[in-house]
Design a protein around this ligand. Structure first.
Ligand code: FAD
Length: 406
């Protein structure tokens, strides 16, 4: 039996690696296990996702030493966001950071770049042990420790033991099931197609969310004259859009976007993502906890999945640091219950609110269209609501430095 040390994390995705780095920097030892081979983790393939990041997330990425590893051409900036309803030309709802002491609402970075820099930073930590190409097979938890049986191929199953086991293995988490934690799943019956496009005209760092009646189009500013394109529609239409030749797909986007960016052309492939949101009923179990998408798998329309993932990293790290200071066991039920409370408070409203928005905007009925218009107009004319949404994007927070008082 190998010793998995303080914390054993299943899943070396961006959330699992961020937690491992944060814990090691805080003086814990951590082992991360992933089914993918080292080569795939070190050089992640493009997956079409561009991740919009809040100020708090960027503060966490800086604290972990990830932000400085990103290349300048990987960081887009969002100065302003506009929401457009139906066939209208104008934008009834706009957000910017003015009056919030910031010059940007957020940033936008490709998911594969976040994965790459997370792996690079993890490799540099001597107390961070990474086991790649390993399939997790069985979890056993007891009052004394958590144990994981895994198969690193080729060879017989191996075992790891730690004081705490953390599931960071995506929204369909295997670890979650092994810990006996139920989850609520919502299948939207819709698919999101993501890709990059270049265009003739500058985007001026403005992000657009265009709620059309058959499909939703988001255009997010990347570096230079290129944007991240997100088309959401029902599964059958998505299959048709995926089958279109590149030029016909580009023409469809250009048309729906009413030529605001001039001529548009695809850069690379399109990637389809069926939309299923998940919310774990508990974020903690006996000597176990969930973070990232394994805890909360968001609908991407409000761009909060990874932002919440980093929040779960900051909250769990804080709870474990506080436990150590109080000479408590880091796998203690009371310690994990504290993490559970914090992350539920941070995630419940945004999860259910996002699902409500996603359902409202997927509907084509006349009453729902009317409701959408009212909501957009209402939000524009309700300064406290707009301010609250903007504050969530530009607000301070994130991972506290290892030496900070707990
Ligand atoms: C189209 C799209 C757009 C998005 N846009 C945004 C955005 O703008 N802003 C934002 O904040 N978020 C966004 N997200 C969400 C964001 O991508 C996710 O929240 C984030 O990638 C989840 O990271 P994770 O580490 O929790 O999980 P994952 O990235 O899914 O990683 C899980 C890891 O676990 C490993 N694994 C799985 N099962 C096992 C097992 N049994 N044994 C061992 N290893 C295992 C996998 O190999 C993988 O490496 C978007 C998502 C999508 C789909």
């Amino acid at each position: 039996m190998q010793n998995g040390r303080d914390v054993l994390i299943v899943g070396a995705g961006p959330a699992g690696l961020a937690l491992a780095i944060a814990l090691v920097d805080a003086g814990f030892s951590a082992t991360v296990l992933d089914a993918q081979p080292r080569e795939a983790l070190a050089n992640p393939a493009e997956d079409g996702r561009d991740i919009a990041l809040t100020h708090a997330s960027v503060a966490t990425l800086r604290a972990l030493g990830l932000w400085r590893r990103l290349l300048p051409e990987e960081i887009g900036r969002i100065r302003e966001a506009r929401v457009i309803d139906g066939d209208r030309q104008d934008s009834p709802l706009r957000f910017d950071a003015q009056g919030h002491g910031a010059d940007a609402l957020g940033w936008i970075v490709p998911n594969h770049a976040l994965r790459r820099v997370s792996f690079e930073a993890a490799e540099e930590r001597a107390d961070l042990h990474l086991i790649d190409g390993a399939q997790a097979l069985r979890v056993l938890t007891s009052d004394a420790h958590a144990e994981l049986e895994y198969g690193a191929f080729p060879g017989a199953p191996d075992h790891l033991r730690a004081r705490l086991l953390v599931g960071a293995d995506s929204r369909f988490s295997w670890t979650r099931r092994q810990l006996g934690i139920a989850a609520d799943l919502h299948d939207f019956g819709r698919t999101m197609i993501v890709c990059r496009m270049r265009h003739d005209m500058p985007h001026d760092d403005v992000a657009y969310e265009c709620f059309g009646y058959e499909r939703t189009l988001a255009v997010l500013p990347a570096v230079g004259r290129s944007s991240s394109i997100v088309v959401t529609t029902d599964a059958a239409s998505a299959a048709r859009l995926m089958a279109l030749p590149d030029a016909a797909f580009a023409a469809m986007v250009e048309r729906q976007f009413r030529g605001r960016l001039g001529r548009m052309a695809l850069l690379g492939k399109r990637f389809p993502y069926p939309l299923v949101a998940t919310y774990a009923r508990r974020f903690a179990a006996l000597r176990g906890a969930l973070i990232g998408d394994a805890a909360v798998g968001m609908h991407p329309v409000t761009a909060h999945g990874y932002n919440l993932g980093l929040q779960s990293v900051a909250s769990l790290t804080h709870a474990l640091r506080a436990a150590r200071l109080a000479n408590q066991d880091i796998g203690d039920a009371g310690v994990l219950a504290g993490y559970e409370r914090t992350h539920r408070r941070d995630s419940a409203l945004v999860y259910h609110g996002t699902n409500a928005v996603a359902k409202l905007y997927a509907s084509t009925s006349a009453s729902q269209r009317f409701a959408r218009r009212l909501i957009l107009r209402g939000a524009e004319h309700l300064p406290p609501l707009k301010a609250a949404i903007t504050a969530r994007l530009v607000g301070r927070g994130g991972l506290e430095p290892p030496g900070a008082p707990v």
